[in-house]
Structure formats: C-alpha cells, structure tokens
Design a protein around this ligand. Structure first.
Ligand code: PHE
Length: 468
C-alpha cells in the first residue's frame, strides 16, 4: 500500500536505467579517463575492474537492498532497522545535500559549452583563458546553472515513473550510442605535429590499454589503488543514500542479483568507452602532456582538440557536450530526487510542493557556489594538500570525508550489527540464488571496513600528517 502511494519503477529495466543514469555522470567521462592516463593505463583499468566486482558490487547491493527491504530513504531506513542507528541515516543524507549545492553549477558549465558548440563558436572555446573568464563572470554561469536546475527539477516534479523512469529510458540508450560513435571516430584520427611526428588514434589506444609497470613501487601501487577506490565510490553513487532511495522504488519481484550486475556493467562500460574516446583524441592532438586533471581536461584540453579537428570538430563537440549533458542531468535528478523523497516523508508534503521548495533552495545555494569564482572568491589549502574554492570544499567534504566514513559505518552496521543474512534474505526473494554470497560476506565484514579506514585516513590527509 505504502509503495503504491509512493510510486515506483514499473519495470526492472526502468530501474536499471535510472540507477545507471545516476551512476553515469561527469565522473565516468572526465575523471576516469584522466586517472587511467595518469595511473599507468591498463594497470589502472585492471585494478578498477577488480574493485568494481568486489567493492562496487558489495556497496551497491547493500544500498539497494536497504532501500527495497525497508521501503524507506536513508534518513529513516537505518533507524527503522535498528534503533540507535538513526544517526547514520542523518549523516548519509548530508552527502546529497552537499553535492546538490554544486552539481548544478558544473551542469551549467556543460550546458554553456553545448550551446557554444551549437552556435558554431568552436574556435572561440579553444582560446586560452576562455573557460576561466566564463566561470569567473558574474551573470552567465548563474543563468546556465538555473536552466540546468530547472530541467532537473522538471523531471523530479513529474515523479518516479513519469519523470525519472521515462527520462532515463530515453536518455541512457542515446548516451551509449553517442559515446560509442565518438569513441570509434576517435580511433580513426591521426595528426602530424609541427616537428613532423605523426600520432594516430590507435597508438593513443595503446597508451590507454597497455599496462605500464615502469617505476612501479609498492607505494605507487597503493596510490593507484586508492585513486581507483575513490573513483569507484563517486562513480557508482554509493554510500550517499541515492541508491537507497532508488532501491525503495523497486518491486519485490525484481531479481536484484541481475540488476546490480547490470548497473555495474553499464557504469563500467561507459567509463571504459569514455577513456577510449578521450585518450586517443587528446593523445593525437596534444600528446601525453594534454591529459590534465579536473575541469581543465573537459573545458580546456578537449575544446583545443575539437578545434584541431576542423569542421568535424563542431559535430563532435556538439555530440560530446550533449552526451555529457545527458549524463549530468540524470545524475543531478538522482540527487534531487533523494532530497525531495526524504523531505516528502519528513514534512508529509506533496511531491509538487517539495520539489518546488527544494529547487528554490538548490538555486540559492548554487548561486553562492557560482559566486565563489568572483564576488566570493577565496582559495584555501584542503587537508589533502590541494587548493580549492567553495566548490572544491563541498566536493572534498562530501567525497573525501563523508563517503568513506559512511561506507565504514554501514559495513559495520550490516556486517556486525544486523549481520549479512539480513541482506542475503532480500537478495534471495523469489528463490533466486544470491550468486556472490560468500564474497559478499567476506567483503562486508572484513575487507570493506579495513579499506575504508585506509581510504579515509588517506583522502583526508591524516596519513600525510602522521607520516609527516
Ligand atoms: N556517479 C556520478 C558520476 O560518476 C556522480 C554523482 C555523484 C551522481 C553524486 C550522483 C550523486 O559522475
């Protein structure tokens, strides 16, 4: 009865595409290729694949099962399962709250670039300083952010079935086709630079795929491992209550073993394809030095690559930014949905009312974040040694600090307090077999807690502090 009132996904594939929509985002498209290039190509890929099948699977299954078995959001779910653990739900809810403040700002940047390419300004976008002068201007980033936010809010307002499920069913297959198309095109590229060196897309592919063991030491291996681990978290949208919310919309007759595997495959395939699309293109036109971290890869290096492609650069530029816009929209929808669904429960209010209030609050906080690049500009050194503005601080607190902590507490809760059987029973509903049951037990009880402490200590900079 409760589930009916709340609405839910009508089919297993609808759920998988919505969850994949949340998982596939800017993380897959710019962060993954950049890390792969930096961390020894195939070696990083190999480590990442192993982690997806172990950690990714464990954390994803845990979140989805908590959602489906309780039919609640993180805020209420933990306390409902065991009194005294409600605090974990409250901390988990903080993550989407923090991410919501800045995700639409990045969405706005993407929308701006999509608009720039659609109006044919592909040479302008490639100029030095273009990106910085755009994000530090006072009005334009706010306007694009507001449009992006309005699109997100419209999907959430329309509801789980008519909004999120329908939207994801259309957008996700389109995204997959576009990324596949660009990746294939990227492999056919070749370019001779001023010094007369010719580089081809296939050579770029080799840089991406072939493991590079040069200079590999234990500490370098550990740092690659931790990079891959924090990437995995962010990429699968786990330990932030989002998959708990989506899990609460899944019918009991859906085989979660299958759904979890499909989400893992979808998210990982998009990340692998993104690398196949970006690394050869950047390698051909900019060499290995072109692979920079963070926003500068997507908004600075790639526009230069597109402009080197000549007229074809407009087509590829449009396809690229529309594709990543889709990826960002479905992710932002999942963040906002988690906030809306939770507040609907807390305040017993209607979806329409809550959606509007959350949209307005999100807009206000995102305006402050936009202003972090002009009126409110300041730069701080984060505990992990990187310098950052307002946006980076929000990102740091949610991803480097809260997420490993939540994953740690959740694994203690599931592994030792309620015990893995609680999860297993739900995975086995309808007499299906829980394929990776033994793996799940070992992971949730022993491996996840230990590694999460290591990740927490490392990504918060405590490790550097201790070592000195
Ligand atoms: N998982 C998304 C990505 O890989 C990012 C995201 C973070 C989505 C938080 C929702 C919430 O980019």
């Amino acid at each position: 009865m409760e589930a009916k009132k709340k609405g839910g996904f009508t089919s297993s594939i609808g759920f998988v595409l919505a969850a994949a929509g949340s998982a596939v985002g800017v993380g897959n498209i710019w962060r993954f290729p950049y890390l792969a290039a930096q961390d020894g190509g195939g070696l990083f890929l190999l480590i990442y694949l192993v982690l997806v099948l172990t950690f990714g699977f464990t954390l994803l299954a845990t979140d989805i099962v908590i959602g489906r078995r309780t039919g609640k959001n993180a805020w209420q779910a933990f306390g409902a399962i065991r009194s005294g653990w409600g605090f974990l739900g409250k901390i988990t809810f903080l993550v989407p709250v923090l991410i919501m403040t800045y995700y639409s700002v990045i969405g706005g940047w993407i929308l701006k670039y999509a608009a720039v390419y659609m109006t044919g300004q592909y040479q302008e976008a490639a100029q030095d300083g273009y990106f910085t002068s755009f994000i530090s201007s006072s009005v334009s980033p706010i306007v694009f952010m507001l449009i992006f936010l309005a699109m997100t809010a419209a999907v959430v307002y329309a509801g789980v079935e008519k909004g999120i499920e329908k939207f994801s069913k259309f957008v996700m297959p389109c995204l997959l086709l576009m990324i596949l198309g660009i990746a294939i095109y990227s492999l056919t590229l070749h370019h001779t630079d001023a010094a007369g060196n010719e580089r081809t897309g296939l050579q770029g592919l080799a840089v991406y795929l072939i493991p590079d063991f040069k200079g590999l030491t234990v500490s370098r291996f550990l740092s690659i491992l931790l990079d891959a681990m924090s990437q995995l978290f962010f990429s699968l949208s786990v330990s932030m209550g989002i998959m708990i919310t989506y899990g609460s919309y899944v019918k009991k007759d859906v085989d979660l073993n299958r759904s979890v595997a499909q989400i893992e495959i979808f998210d990982t395939s998009v990340a692998l394809l993104a690398g196949m699309m970006i690394i050869p293109a950047v390698y051909v036109f900019a060499g290995t030095e072109g692979m920079q971290s963070g926003p500068s890869l997507m908004f600075v290096s790639l526009p230069k690559v597109f402009s080197s492609m000549g007229a074809m650069g407009i087509v590829i530029g449009i396809a690229f930014f529309v594709m990543i816009l889709f990826a960002a929209l479905t992710s932002c929808v999942s963040i906002m949905e988690t906030l809306v669904a939770t507040c609907m429960n807390i305040f017993h209010a209607s979806r329409k009312k809550v959606s509007m209030v959350i949209a307005v609050l999100s807009a206000l906080s995102a305006i402050v974040i936009c202003m972090g690049y002009n009126a409110l500009y300041f730069s701080v050194t984060l505990p992990n040694g990187q310098s950052g503005q307002l946006l980076d601080i929000m990102d740091y607190v949610s991803n480097s600090f809260l997420m490993p902590m939540i994953a740690f507490l959740t694994s203690i809760f599931v592994g030792w307090v309620i015990k893995p059987e609680w999860i297993e029973q739900e995975m086995e509903i309808g007499a299906v077999r829980f394929n990776r049951k033994k793996l799940y037990r070992v992971m949730i009880r022993y491996v996840v807690p230990v590694i999460m402490i290591v990740l927490f200590v490392q990504s918060t900079g405590i490790l550097r502090f201790l070592i000195g």
